[in-house]
Design a protein around this ligand. Structure first.
Ligand code: PLP
Length: 398
């Protein structure tokens, strides 16, 4: 008899995006004449930067020649990409060693896989609302999960509560879905809490490239002492349009050590290396050459142009909401606009209202946790034309 993992039976069905798609399809079928504007999905729409495409084309050509062909690469990524990332981090004052950086096929995989190196007896602290992967991957392990609430009072940036003892802490900054980003002073408090409790912070910086406020940290390692208590997960998906190309990186500092239940001290860097070399065979050479190009001066220039395009979309949406007196967060250092549903509507109620009256699709906040009820996520990833049209409809009809 093969028993299956019973924790899967306790997972809630993930209705969010399928229900959104279902409702939109139903509405389109009933109103084929209506033009629907999609501000729901968190996927990019601009193509890869030309330097990235050229680098990948060169790599493809290399793969077709006996002398330059490459087979299996290092599981943790090629040195050329580690070196590019070491330089990138140095730009915001973080010194890393190549061996602290692990290249992966994206932050989602790493978010899920990192659970492998921690004991299942750990208490997991998860923000609410947040990217649902942190919650589900830990439910799959049967772990105890404690929530910390994001509310308008704390600007959707929950802070440590000394009364709550947690072992693993997920922080997402800038946050999906709220767009809120922690300040250095706030992260300092989290680092202090983690060190006091021998906890580990899993810091998801997938949206760090959207930060424009120079005072805000781009990496948790900008905070003193973070290398002894944090792992950072990052991605090229939103930074450089790699959602379909797939490349991310995780930083596990050499200084990060914790004990087994039996008291044996372990290096988390060595554990993660062991995990990756055992269960993962690396990111394609071609993709890693594309990723390397992102961090060249020309790559940064081209990617930043795309980010500016999205940020202008976010600004336009925010401006219209402000005019309407609607409370919202994010939009400034993030591609997400997190708005309060008008007239005390619930998230799904507002979804229907927006679709039926304005022909705009967004994402109900309740899909990101119970504290997301009454809130709604709009994204800046649509085209400028679609965003301008949406903004005009918001101005006229909301
Ligand atoms: N982390 C956050 C907060 C995200 O919103 C996403 C994607 O939407 C990811 C991680 C996953 O990114 P990737 O495409 O690198 O797997």
């Amino acid at each position: 008899m093969a028993w299956v993992n019973e924790n899967y039976a306790t997972l809630q069905d993930s209705y969010l995006f399928s229900q959104v798609a279902h409702k939109v399809a139903e509405y389109s079928a009933a109103h084929p004449e209506k033009k629907i504007i999609r501000l729901g999905i968190g996927d990019v729409t601009l193509p890869l930067a030309p330097v990235v495409v050229e680098a990948m084309q060169r790599a493809v050509a290399e793969m077709g020649v006996k002398e330059t062909f490459r087979g299996y690469g290092p599981e943790q990524g090629y040195d050329f990409l580690h070196e590019a990332l070491v330089k990138y981090y140095a730009e915001f004052g973080v010194e890393l060693e190549s061996s602290e950086i692990f290249i992966s096929d994206g932050a989602k995989s790493d978010c899920g896989n990192i659970t492998d190196i921690f004991d299942d007896a750990n208490v997991i602290l998860v923000p609410d609302p947040v990217y649902p992967v942190y919650l589900d991957t830990n439910i799959m392990r049967g772990r105890k999960i404690v929530f910390m609430e994001g509310t308008p009072e704390n600007g959707f940036l929950p802070m440590p509560d000394p009364a709550v003892k947690a072992d693993i802490i997920y922080l997402c900054s800038p946050n999906n879905p709220t767009g809120a980003a922690y300040t250095k002073a706030q992260l300092k408090e989290w680092v202090a809490y983690a060190r006091q409790n021998d906890a580990v912070i899993l810091y998801d910086a997938a949206y760090e490239a959207f930060i424009e406020d120079g005072e805000l940290p781009r990496s948790i390692f900008q905070i003193e002492g973070a290398k002894e208590c944090a792992i950072e997960l990052c991605s090229l998906s939103k930074t450089a349009g790699f959602t379909g190309t797939r490349c991310g990186y995780t930083v596990v500092p050499l200084a990060l050590k914790r004990k087994t239940k039996n008291g044996k001290e372990m290096s988390l860097n060595k554990m993660w290396l062991r995990r990756q070399t055992t269960k993962f065979n690396g990111v394609p050479y071609i993709v890693q050459r594309g990723a390397e190009a992102v961090f060249t001066p020309e790559g940064q220039k081209q990617c930043r142009e795309n980010l500016s395009y999205y940020k202008e979309n976010a600004r336009l949406i925010g401006e219209a909401l402000e005019e309407k007196g609607i409370l919202y967060y994010g939009g400034k250092n993030s591609p997400y606009i997190w708005m309060q549903c008008p007239n005390h509507m619930k998230s799904w109620e507002f979804f229907d209202y927006l679709l039926e009256n304005l022909g705009i699709v967004g994402t109900p906040g309740s899909g990101f946790g119970s504290r997301g009820e009454g809130w709604f996520r709009l994204t800046a990833f649509a085209s400028r034309e679609a965003t301008e049209e949406a903004v005009a409809r918001i101005r006229k009809f909301l």
